[in-house]
Design a protein around this ligand. Structure first.
Ligand code: GLN
Length: 522
């Protein structure tokens, strides 16, 4: 078993995750089986309790684990479903160590960072399987939280032998416009920090705004103590899916394989989408501080070959006069209402749904989006004034969306929602069935509330037979899984998250069909 460790320097958000996933997919294309461990040095046990505005989306795996969004990159680039074993947080490490201490497993010992915490981390590293594992350490070298992980990895590389190990350090090289030069000092200092942890990089990847000149590469090589051949420049790219190809062209995959003693094949194949078509989509969201908050939705669109949707702040739509709202929305050929939590911005989304229904604009509702489609229908078609979800109005006269019974008994947060893949039945009459070409599917969930279909029987059509002029339930499990107005061009809301399963060359068919409908004229 071989290991490629990826650390980051200078600052976060420079695409370490994409670089790591791309190295993984370049290696996979050499017919190697690639395993992944994303290490997150934060103290949260998982990413489920973090705000998407600060940390980006929570990615849900098939087995119901709430992960960091990087696991989504790995799924998309490696065409492989991740599980909870592909992510390790400091929160998990420390809580395991403390649990063991209380169970008396260290009886007699003074429990310490070394060896007890490092052993716990090394144990997880030793469980990785396949020909080669990508181990990505989140955060930036020098962060106090990540030190213990670097130490554990250093020890682990000694245990398995350095010849099976390769260290990649990804840093940022800022460009100074005034003097027209790239500055390598932050990179030099970050390599020094890494060396202080006992790790000497084998490869240095330099991220930069534009192509880095050879003298910059040479300078980093000199200060970093590696050959210039081990320094790879990766400039910003319009299309992240081109990076595996770039890595291959630069010879980084061959360099990695040579170092760990694997034989490269001559052929390399990587087909990736080019998001060039414009379907003029508006996404009405509430987490707008970073595009990462809706990462999987945006990538699902890109993987179908379409440009990024325009993000519209749902709160900004709330108090607009109808005319102005229509003026804004008429510029778009399709609307996406993504998932979310809490009351803020909800009414703006409901107004956008009403607009889409009345103007027959293709509409895709994801999780929260589907719940709001039922609320909008209850209020504006069935005449149930004040209909709402008890999440936003606990005293609503018509709780058309309400907390799932099993959820009412759960009192703590963190991994307690309805999570992960579950079997779903899709009714044959529905457009959804046409999209899947099958009636039995499995999709990933992350929610606490459900459509309260039994209490509002007369506004829904729940029968399997044929659709009616009510809001049609198109798919079910124990819960309502999809609603639809089949006479519309595309009016589908799903309780689950199709965005989590899109892969390179295999976007989720709901997205392809939605985007195709948006680009077809009425
Ligand atoms: N807030 C809603 C719920 O908990 C929707 C969740 C979501 O969109 N992921 O059911």
């Amino acid at each position: 078993m071989k290991y490629v460790t990826i650390t980051g320097g200078v600052l976060s958000g420079i695409g370490k995750g994409i670089t790591a996933a791309s190295i993984g997919s370049a290696l996979q294309s050499q017919e190697l089986s690639v395993d992944v461990l994303k290490i997150d040095p934060y103290l949260n046990v998982d990413a489920g309790t973090m705000n998407p505005n600060q940390h980006g989306e929570v990615f849900v795996t098939q087995d119901g684990y709430e992960a960091d969004l990087d696991l989504g990159h790995y799924e998309r680039f490696l065409h492989k479903n991740m599980t909870r074993f592909n992510n390790l947080t400091a929160g998990q490490v420390y809580s395991n160590v403390l649990k063991k201490e209380r169970n008396g497993e260290y009886l007699g010992d003074t429990v310490q960072m070394i060896p007890h915490v490092t052993l716990e981390i090394k144990h997880r590293l030793s469980e990785l399987k396949g020909d080669i594992a990508i181990v990505e350490i989140g955060g930036t070298v020098g962060d106090i939280e990540s030190e213990i992980f670097l130490e554990a990895i250093r020890e682990f590389s000694m245990d398995v032998g350095h010849s099976n190990f390769l260290f990649v350090h990804v840093t940022y090289v800022p460009y100074l416009r005034v003097t027209n030069e790239f500055k390598t000092k932050p990179t030099q200092q970050s390599i020094q920090l890494l060396r202080r942890s006992g790790i000497i990089p084998d490869i240095i990847v330099l991220r930069g705004e534009k192509k880095l000149p050879q003298n910059t590469i040479d300078k980093v090589a000199l200060f970093g103590g590696v050959s210039p051949k081990a320094v790879f420049g990766l400039e910003d790219s319009e299309n992240v899916y081109s990076i595996p190809e770039k890595i291959h062209t630069l010879g980084m995959d061959k360099f990695v394989m040579d170092k760990v003693g694997l034989k490269p094949l001559s052929s390399f194949s990587w087909n990736y989408p080019k998001p060039e078509k414009d379907a003029k989509i508006a996404m009405i969201g509430k987490y707008l501080s970073t595009d990462d908050a809706y990462k999987s939705v945006l990538e699902s669109v890109a993987l179908c070959g379409y440009k990024k949707p325009k993000m519209i702040d749902s709160e900004s739509l709330e108090n607009l006069p109808d005319g102005e709202l229509n003026e804004i929305l008429k510029n778009y050929s399709g609307i996406i209402i993504p998932g979310g939590f809490g009351k803020r911005g909800i009414e703006g989304m409901i107004r956008a749904i009403k607009y889409a229904r009345e103007h027959d604009v293709p509409l895709l509702g994801l999780c929260l989006g589907m719940q709001l489609m039922t609320i909008e229908y209850a209020r504006n078609v069935a005449g149930l004034k004040g209909a709402n979800s008890t999440e936003f109005d606990p005293n609503t006269p018509y709780p058309i969306v309400d907390m799932m019974e099993e959820q009412k008994r759960i009192l703590n947060f963190g991994g307690t929602m309805r999570l992960g893949s579950e079997e779903i039945r899709v009714f044959e009459w529905s457009n959804l069935y046409k999209i899947y070409s099958t009636g039995s599917i499995s999709e990933r969930h992350r929610h606490r509330y459900e459509v309260n279909v039994n209490a509002f029987k007369d506004i829904f059509r729940t029968k399997e037979s044929e659709p009616s002029d009510r809001l049609n339930v198109a798919a079910v499990s124990e819960f309502v899984e999809a609603v639809e107005l089949p006479e519309k061009r595309f009016y589908i809301g799903v309780q689950y998250h199709p965005e989590y399963v899109s892969k390179v060359s295999k976007p989720h068919p709901i997205f392809s069909k939605f985007l195709e409908t948006c680009t077809n004229d009425k």
